[in-house]
Design a binder for this molecule. Structure first.
Ligand SMILES: *[C@@H]1O[C@H](CO)[C@@H](O)[C@H](O)[C@H]1NC(C)=O
Ligand SMILES: *[C@@H]1O[C@H](CO)[C@@H](O)[C@H](O)[C@H]1NC(C)=O
Ligand SMILES: *[C@@H]1O[C@H](CO)[C@@H](O)[C@H](O)[C@H]1NC(C)=O
Ligand SMILES: *[C@@H]1O[C@H](CO)[C@@H](O)[C@H](O)[C@H]1NC(C)=O
Length: 377
């Protein structure tokens, strides 16, 4: 009897012990699940909150000027003159400079640029994927202001060729982005290793200097699927260096790709936005085709000096009305919302002397000495 009750007691204890173990295991599992769920919620909500942007905006639209500069902003005096004739409610300025560089009275002559640097800027290696990362950061910051409806990417050597109101009206009149984008047949920059992610049929080439509508700016700023593929497979081949001697042979066999001439174009094509673009750039670049033996084969942008920036040369650029794309046998007549317009609103690369000349000759504003002097009484 005692023995029996003892075994009975033992089995009751065993059952209780099993139950206890079960309860512990189940509650631990629930805890872990709840934790994971919480984790994924907070991840989700943080990504949603950083990407939550108003859809409709009915106020006065702004043009966001996004300047990608190396350090300071050498042509600030010209842009200062340009923005002087604008309405402050019609534009905003964002600058990506090197991390820690601050625009204030000691670094710029124009108060419009004070504190306009991004606080999350990164170190940029020119021609590498950090450059497109910087563009994405500029777009991301500018998207925080719902009034920004057009996004113009410019470099520290770009100049405006017209006054503010002309440029503002030109950009606002069109519901399309201006993205130079064409088929890239002969360069071999497409890396076949990209094919699972980026079909070759969507591979595009074009100028880095783009102007986007808000919808396209969001796609570029938020993309975290195509950018990593570029980072991995679209890399610039190191330039030829005499000091590397025979090693050059091997280096020059590496796949060569220039991310900033392909990323936005290819990304927008992958989203089937080709039909929503004016497929040209509004920033003029003059190319020097001559090739020096040790330098990389190809074209170099010419820098305009004071002597090259006279009225005749500037008029020649402003009079351009179409662009020919040899790889597509396409002549692009420049349009803004189906009206024929001048192709170029901006130009690069300009030295300080050349920019000074534009300012003096009243290219960006009418209220200057030259126009007063030459006006007939
Ligand atoms: C701006 O430039 C355009 C075209 O060059 C000109 O017609 C217009 O009068 C200028 N406007 C101002 C406010 O300077
Ligand atoms: C500012 O924007 C308003 C409304 O879009 C426009 O009518 C005005 O001409 C713009 N001002 C300038 C200087 O472009
Ligand atoms: C574009 O042109 C069409 C037809 O001419 C016009 O109805 C529309 O308002 C224009 N869009 C803009 C943004 O000016
Ligand atoms: C074009 O490039 C060559 C070689 O680099 C140089 O000597 C020449 O001055 C350049 N021309 C212009 C107009 O910049």
């Amino acid at each position: 009897m005692t023995k029996k009750s003892a075994t009975a007691g033992k089995s009751v204890r065993n059952v209780l012990w099993l139950w206890w173990k079960l309860v512990v295991v189940v509650s631990l599992t629930l805890c872990v699940l709840a934790f994971l769920k919480l984790q994924s919620y907070s991840e989700l909500s943080s990504s949603i909150s950083s990407r939550f942007r108003p859809v409709d905006y009915s106020g006065n639209p702004k043009v966001a000027f996004l300047f990608l500069v190396r350090r300071n902003f050498p042509l600030d005096f010209l842009w200062g003159g340009f923005f002087e004739n604008a309405d402050t409610g019609n534009f905003s300025i964002y600058i990506h400079s090197e991390p820690g560089f601050v625009f204030d009275e000691s670094t710029t002559r124009s108060s419009l640029f004070y504190d306009r640097q991004l606080t999350n800027s990164i170190k940029v290696a020119w021609g590498e994927s950090s450059m497109i990362q910087a563009e994405k950061l500029l777009l991301g910051s500018a998207l925080d202001d719902p009034a920004n409806q057009r996004f113009v990417l410019l470099s520290d050597s770009c100049v405006p060729l017209y006054n503010f109101s002309f440029i503002y009206n030109y950009l606002m009149a069109s519901p399309r982005s201006y993205v130079d984008s064409f088929l890239d047949k002969k360069d071999g920059r497409y890396n076949p290793k990209m094919s699972p992610y980026i079909p070759i049929s969507k591979w595009r080439k074009g100028s880095q200097w783009i102007t986007l509508i808000r919808k396209h700016a969001e796609v570029v700023a938020d993309d975290d699927a195509v950018f990593p593929v570029f980072k991995m497979f679209c890399k610039r081949r190191p330039p030829l260096e005499a000091s590397k001697g025979k090693k050059n042979m091997k280096l020059q066999k590496q796949h060569n790709c220039i991310p900033d001439e392909h990323y936005v174009q290819t990304l927008l094509a992958m989203h089937d936005f080709d039909g929503e673009l004016e497929r040209r750039t509004i920033t003029y670049t003059e190319w020097n085709e001559s090739v020096t033996n040790m330098e990389k084969k190809g074209w170099h942008p010419i820098t305009f000096s004071y002597a090259d920036a006279g009225p005749v040369q500037i008029k020649r650029i402003k009079d351009i009305r179409n662009v020919y794309y040899a790889s597509e046998y396409r002549t692009e007549w420049c349009r803004s919302n189906s009206t024929l317009v001048p192709c170029f609103l901006f130009a690069r690369k300009f030295s300080r002397g050349a920019a000074m000349r534009l300012l003096n000759e009243g290219v960006v504003s009418q209220f200057d000495a030259a126009s007063i002097m030459y006006s007939t009484p």
